[in-house]
Write a protein that binds this ligand. Structure first.
Ligand code: HEC
Length: 145
C-alpha cells in the first residue's frame, strides 16, 4: 500500500510543521510557553512582555487618556497638565521602555509598590489585570515611537 505510506509521511511532516508553528506536538501541551514567559511580578502575575490582546490599542488608549494623560501627558513625555505641578515629575515614557514587570507593579500597586513617588496612584481596583497588562504594552510603546 504505497499510498498509505505516503500519507503517513505527509502526516508526520504536517505534525512537525504544526509543532514548529504552535510550539509543541507533545502530549500535555509541551513546555514551550515557559521560556517565552516574562518575569513574575511581586503579586505573582506572570508578565509576557510581548503580550498584546485583542483591541489593545483602542482600549489602552482610552484608559490612558482618561486616567494617565493628566500626569504623564498625552504624548507620554511626563508633562501632563497635572504632572507639571508634581515633584518628582511623572515618568517620561518616551525616554526608554520601562521593564514590563516593573511597569505592571507600578500601575497595579502605585508608585510606592516600586519604590517611587506615592503621587503615582494604584489602579488595581480601577482596572482588570488584562487592562493593566494592555497599559503596560501601551506605555512601553511610547519609547518606540
Ligand atoms: C497623579 C498623577 C499621576 C497619574 C494620574 C498617573 N501617574 Fe504614573 N506616575 C506618576 C508619578 C509621580 C510617578 C513616579 C515618578 C517618580 O517617582 O520618579 C509615576 C510612575 C509611573 C510608572 C513607573 C515608571 C517607572 O520608571 O517604573 C508607571 C509605569 C506609570 N506611572 C504608569 C501610569 C499609568 C499607566 C497611569 C494611568 C493608569 C498613571 N501612571 C497615572 C504620576 C501619575
Amino acid at each position: 500500500m504505497r499510498g498509505d505510506k505516503r500519507m503517513g509521511w505527509f502526516l508526520a511532516l504536517a505534525c512537525v510543521t504544526l509543532a514548529w508553528a504552535l510550539g509543541g506536538c507533545s502530549p500535555g501541551g509541551g513546555g514551550s510557553t515557559e521560556s517565552a514567559a516574562g518575569p513574575a511580578t511581586a503579586s505573582g502575575f506572570q508578565v509576557d512582555p510581548s503580550f498584546v490582546s485583542e483591541g489593545v490599542a483602542e482600549r489602552a488608549e482610552a484608559n490612558y487618556a482618561a486616567q494617565c494623560a493628566s500626569c504623564h501627558g498625552a504624548a507620554g513625555d511626563g508633562r501632563g497638565p497635572v504632572g507639571g505641578a508634581l515633584s518628582p515629575a511623572p515618568t517620561n515614557f518616551t525616554a526608554a521602555p520601562i521593564p514590563a514587570h516593573r511597569a505592571y507593579e507600578a500601575i497595579r500597586g502605585g508608585g510606592m509598590a516600586v519604590g517611587m513617588a506615592a503621587t503615582m496612584p494604584a489602579f488595581e481596583s480601577a482596572f482588570s489585570a488584562e487592562e493593566i497588562h494592555d497599559l503596560v504594552a501601551y506605555v512601553r510603546a511610547f519609547a518606540a515611537r
